[in-house]
Design a protein around this ligand. Structure first.
Ligand SMILES: Cc1ncc(COP(=O)(O)O)c(C=O)c1O
Length: 398
């Protein structure tokens, strides 16, 4: 019986994964050679997740090596500009410059527990590649990172960082040379070398990855919830995050999903606008289907073929998305919005000038969405997940 058939026979909570499923979505659609490996990975993850020693080691490294907890920062001048209170969850201040390090530390510990000596990864903006290369150096493991040729050229500083950290960067010129092509190349390598550890970098792919990376990123929302209660003595009215694969967003949203008073919004990489082939807004413009090992939304044409995407943000330039977000969209618990390249670039420049914080172009989509949705609304309390810093984007000619 497939995962989907199992789901259809049972009523399952929308918010948490049950047997690798989020409502209708998720599962494990992989060749038989990977099935046992992924089942073994699920079992090992379950053991670690329930092992207090593993969890305390994970948190100790997040504190001492990556600098957690990340601050929840009141953005005074942005708040004045918009007309209501906005806090930024400063994932940009983490070691390596984004939320990605939370997951790579978790997975490298897991890989070490499983006796692995080398890891492979895919990367879009290069942030996950850098975070994986960092975690591999930290653990003394070999690291191979697959990256699309277009991304390697527009995020060249991160290619150099990965190499400095001792990783081998394998560029692929498949397709448009973006994240989807990097995932295809990494999956292809994994199928041929199933004994390597695939350190996946978002809430996508087959079970158990969505649940596992969601768990490692849940530190973001758990901290933010405690921090906003300490600072404001109440929960926020709104949460905002950008969404590519979806794990910085679920990292923040996860801790608030059961708080009905908190509205939850995510910004997709809209590219040139709502036109297939010119956008990466998967939840706004796509439909359900199986893609890269999981059942979720994907950007497809009328023949069910996944189409190339376009976004100024390499980290959002992907035609798939997390099955948990697919489920949250269908249930209406979270809303998903298309933010164009132009809107994101304006927010990138605005936040830099107003706050002295240069955001990653990915995170700028979340800032743009917050500004749009909060316009004319007073007395709102909001948190924007600032998923990464913009050093990698300053040399680009937007
Ligand atoms: C800074 C930053 N934010 C967001 C993303 C999007 O990924 P996700 O939606 O999985 O958090 C990326 C991906 O590379 C990124 O580098």
């Amino acid at each position: 019986m497939t995962y989907l058939e199992t789901y259809q026979k049972t009523a399952i909570s929308t918010f948490t994964a049950q047997n690798g499923l989020y409502g209708n979505y998720g599962g494990r659609y992989v060749p038989p050679v990977l099935e046992d490996k992924l089942q073994h990975l699920r079992e090992q993850f379950f053991l670690c997740q329930n092992d207090p020693e593993f969890i305390s080691e994970f948190h100790r490294i997040l504190k001492e090596f990556t600098g957690r907890p990340s601050p929840l920062y009141f953005a005074r001048r942005l708040s004045e500009y918009v007309g209501s209170a906005i806090y930024l969850k400063r994932e940009d201040l983490n070691h390596t410059g984004s939320h990605k390090i939370n997951n790579t530390i978790g997975q490298i510990l897991l890989a070490a527990r499983m006796g692995k000596r080398s890891v492979i990864a895919e990367t879009g903006a290069g942030q996950h590649g850098v975070a994986t290369a960092t975690a591999a150096a930290f653990m003394g493991m070999k690291c191979k990172v697959f990256m699309g040729a277009e991304d390697a050229s527009r995020q060249s500083m991160n290619v150099r960082r990965m190499e400095l950290l001792g990783a081998e960067v394998v560029t692929t010129s498949l397709g448009r040379g973006t994240l989807k092509d990097a995932v295809d190349a990494a999956l292809g390598y994994y199928i041929e070398n199933p004994d390597s550890y695939y350190l996946l970098g978002s809430q996508v792919g087959p079970d158990p990855y969505p649940e596992m990376v969601g768990f490692f990123q849940s530190v973001i929302g758990n901290e933010a919830r405690q921090q906003i209660l300490e600072k404001e003595n109440r929960l926020p009215d709104n949460l905002f995050a950008c969404i590519g694969g979806g794990y910085n967003a679920i990292g923040l949203f996860g801790a608030f999903l059961n708080d009905d008073s908190v509205s939850i919004h995510a910004a997709e990489g809209g590219g040139a606008g709502p036109f297939l082939h010119e956008t990466a807004a998967t939840l706004c413009m796509g439909r359900p289907g199986v893609f890269q090992g999981t059942y979720s939304y994907a950007l497809m044409d009328e023949n069910d073929q996944v189409v190339p995407t376009r976004s100024v943000a390499a980290g959002l330039d992907y035609p798939g998305v997390s099955p948990q977000h697919a489920s949250l969209k269908d249930s209406g618990r979270a809303t998903y919005h298309l933010i164009t390249d132009r809107e994101a670039i304006e927010a990138f420049e605005l936040l830099s000038r107003l706050e002295g914080i240069i955001p990653a172009i990915e995170s700028s989509h979340a800032v743009a969405l917050a500004m749009k949705m909060l316009e004319g609304q007073k007395d709102q309390l909001s948190i924007i997940n600032l998923s990464g810093r913009g050093d990698k984007d300053v040399g680009r000619n937007f």
